[in-house]
Design a protein around this ligand. Structure first.
Ligand code: ZN
Length: 367
């Protein structure tokens, strides 16, 4: 794992007409650059991630180092290479934050090809007929001979660093640098969906479908059991009875997500007659569902939860529960709302013999 991932996010995005810098604009529910960071982390290929930006941002992750960029892309790239020059990385990946849609599989294919090569670069081809203007002449080009290079690109660190140090030209990617110096590149098939977001209209090119799901759950309160709500332990006179830990918040959220995806319900996914789910923490039931969302390009837009009980008082635990949900579901806190609802001391909930919960979620799929 002797690899470093450099993410270039210092550009001014002149063609992108918005007050917010392109790399920080919210795309698929998170800042554009975060998509690349998250994929780099998830791939498990990198010891270090260097984010090059001229903006003030804070990310609390030991793997990530934020450094200031230069005026041009190649200067930012060199700054990052300078920063890691004594850190003994064998390989370095360089990526533009404006391409958030590459796959983790592409990272792995690049890495695999780097065993026998010093530079690996993904490309796509064009369906357009292509011409080249040379002085006053226009030349027809065979489109099957045209390679449109993308990022992430990966390189042997030493070779790239030496070329970058000497370079004085305005190159738009590291592949150009290799070509200018007659160095060999292994080209591999890139991904059509890995477009570069240049104009605002590029952001809406992908079609978005939105789905809603609703979930409800109720469990009995019994003595001598711990109470879990939203994935955290809450001090209380009783706990919720159930095959798992009885966490009504997580169960209703799971059902709401399954509802939005048209995937039946929690009981079909995790049958209560199966031993392996006995006393399981509900966060372990939620985890695979969240991973499944991520892997299929679904993004949660909004989550609203009603916790129905006399006690414990929701206001006392709201922040902790929301923090926990935000971590478990890998979503921003500000798209989660948690309401407490009492029942005027009526019925089994009113007598503190049960707790119920309902949740509604909105999920978008980007295609
Ligand atoms: Zn339940």
């Amino acid at each position: 794992m002797n690899n470093c991932f450099i993410l270039l996010a210092a550009g001014k995005g002149k063609r992108f007409k918005s007050k917010t810098l392109k790399q920080f604009i919210i795309y698929k529910n998170k800042p554009l650059f975060m998509h690349s960071i998250e994929k780099a982390i998830k791939s498990n290929l990198f010891k270090k991630i260097v984010l090059v930006t001229n903006n003030k941002i804070k990310i609390s992750n030991k793997k990530i180092k934020i450094i200031k960029g230069g005026r041009e892309r190649y200067q930012s790239s060199l700054k990052a290479l300078n920063y890691i020059k004594n850190k003994k990385f064998k390989n370095v990946f360089i990526h533009d934050a404006a391409r958030p849609n590459f796959s983790i599989k592409l990272l792995k294919t690049l890495k695999k090809n780097l065993y026998k090569n010093q530079a690996v670069v993904p490309y796509v081809q064009t369906n357009n007929s292509t011409k080249y203007i040379s002085k006053n002449k226009i030349i027809n080009l065979k489109r099957e001979k045209i390679l449109l290079t993308q990022t992430p690109q990966c390189f042997n660190f030493k070779i790239l660093y030496n070329l970058s140090k000497k370079n004085r030209n305005l190159v738009t990617d590291e592949a150009t640098l290799f070509i200018n110096n007659n160095k060999k590149i292994k080209f591999i098939k890139g991904e059509e969906k890995n477009i570069k977001i240049t104009k605002i209209s590029d952001m809406v090119k992908s079609s978005i479908k939105t789905f809603y799901g609703i979930g409800f759950d109720i469990h009995k309160l019994i003595k001598n059991r711990k109470l879990y709500l939203g994935g955290i332990r809450i001090p209380f006179h009783s706990g919720l009875k159930g095959h798992s830990d009885g966490d009504v918040i997580l169960h209703s959220i799971i059902d709401s997500i399954l509802g939005a995806l048209k995937k039946k319900d929690i009981g079909s996914l995790y049958p209560s007659n199966k031993k392996k789910y006995k006393n399981i923490k509900s966060s372990k039931l939620l985890g695979p569902i969240i991973s499944n969302l991520e892997n299929n390009d679904y993004h949660i837009n909004n989550l609203d939860v009603n916790l129905i009980c006399e006690r414990p008082k929701v206001s006392k635990y709201r922040n902790r529960i929301i923090n926990s949900l935000s971590k478990l579901m890998k979503i921003n806190k500000n798209i989660i709302n948690l309401k407490g609802k009492t029942v005027e001391k009526l019925g089994i909930i009113g007598k503190e013999n049960a707790i119920a919960c309902e949740a509604i979620v909105s999920i978008s799929k980007y295609e």
